[in-house]
Design a protein around this ligand. Structure first.
Ligand code: F6P
Length: 360
């Protein structure tokens, strides 16, 4: 809990940065409603930090009317962007920092609340270092931001992935098929592990545990010989088969994006056992749609804590969850390492204890 200092009027900017996720609008709504209670003015920055970096200098006034009812809607009313890093090289960084400082002064902003994932918060860290007043809020369906056990968007993504896995399971059973569900998460398996357990998958493959395909095949064969005809694998997009590298595909715009591991598993299972295996890549469905109750509540808690930090004039901090409790840590402590599932996690133990194969 942050101690409130004396109230004074403030002009606050709010930005949603990086890939979208369910719960961004709920966070914006809670921030604006609490700020209104405090007598602060709130403004939205369009499309992530692009408004500041490109110097378009447009702020969208955010009022109680603007945010009415948005907490239930997916996406973000402010827009966002996860492309283009102005800090890529020293020259770009110098220009971007100068542009933000100029725009900041011109607009007379006292502080900004940045809702973002790891890439966005590393950019914010640079801005904090040049004296921009920022409080950060974690959001990412991947749940991989270092410093917080949970981020906005992850819980809804798990619900979505669980529903997809359960649907695949009934179809697999009807057709005596093997189904592979490839889910997002980059180098962290938080979505895959939770959704896989919730949907009673037979096998869950995670970036945290290099998997041995011969172990997966053995597990599959044991199930089949025990009378099971359907088999469900939930695999994280960043999972790595032993002796191989992470799998990527090229997007239509030429970007290298994670993907292909689901199809690789289906082909290998078919080649080795003759089984009919089908792959579903869940993709951006996991990022869209309405937030669930947990994400709306987390968004409101983070927003309240962040606004309390603002009121206490305690900028340069990121809000997070540690040992199940809200806390904050300085941007200077933001670690480059992404949050992965600890190998001694009780969820990993749970999965293996209930007979789910993790490929080892
Ligand atoms: O970080 C969230 C995430 O959804 C990852 O899980 C995924 O790999 C990536 O973003 C995809 O991003 P985009 O398709 O927007 O480039």
């Amino acid at each position: 809990m942050v101690k409130n200092s004396k109230k004074h009027s403030l002009r606050l900017a709010i930005a949603t940065c990086g890939g979208d996720c369910p719960g961004l609008n709920a966070a914006i709504s809670a921030l604006v409603r609490q700020a209104a209670n405090q007598g602060y003015e709130t403004f939205g920055i369009k499309d992530g930090m692009n408004g500041f970096f490109e110097g378009s200098e447009t702020l969208l006034p955010l009022t109680l009317e603007t945010v009415h009812g948005i907490q239930n809607i997916g996406g973000t009313i402010l827009g966002t962007s996860n492309k283009g890093n102005p800090f890529r090289d020293e020259k770009g960084k110098k220009q971007a920092l100068a542009q933000v400082q100029k725009t900041w002064r011109k607009l007379g902003i006292d502080g900004m609340i940045a809702i973002g994932g790891d890439g966005s918060h590393y950019m914010m860290k640079e801005l904090v270092q040049v004296g921009i007043n920022i409080v950060g809020i974690p959001k990412t369906i991947d749940n991989d931001l270092g410093g917080s056990e949970i981020s906005i968007g992850w819980s809804t993504a798990v619900d979505t992935a669980t529903a997809a896995a359960m649907a695949l399971k009934t179809s697999a059973e009807a057709h005596s098929r093997t189904m592979i569900l490839e889910v997002m998460g980059r180098d962290s398996g938080h979505i895959a592990l939770s959704a896989g357990i919730a949907a009673e998958a037979d096998c869950i493959l995670l970036p945290e545990i290099e998997f041995d395909m011969t172990k997966v095949i053995k597990h599959f064969q044991k199930k089949v010989s025990g009378g099971r005809t359907a088999y469900l694998v939930v695999v994280a997009e960043g999972a790595v088969p032993s002796g191989m590298d992470k799998m990527f595909k090229t997007s239509v715009s030429g970007a290298l994006v994670l993907g292909g591991i689901g199809q690789h598993i289906a082909s290998t299972l078919h080649e080795q056992t003759g089984v009919d295996a089908r792959t579903t890549v869940l993709g951006h469905i996991q990022r869209g749609g309405s937030p669930n109750a947990s994400d709306k509540i987390l968004a409101s808690r983070f927003a309240t804590y962040a606004l309390d930090l603002v009121t206490a004039n305690d900028f340069g901090q990121i809000v997070g969850v540690k040992n199940g409790k809200l806390y904050h840590f300085p941007y200077s402590k933001l670690k480059a390492a992404r949050y992965k599932i600890p190998l001694n996690s009780d969820l990993i133990h749970t999965a293996e204890s209930i007979g789910i194969c993790l490929g080892r």
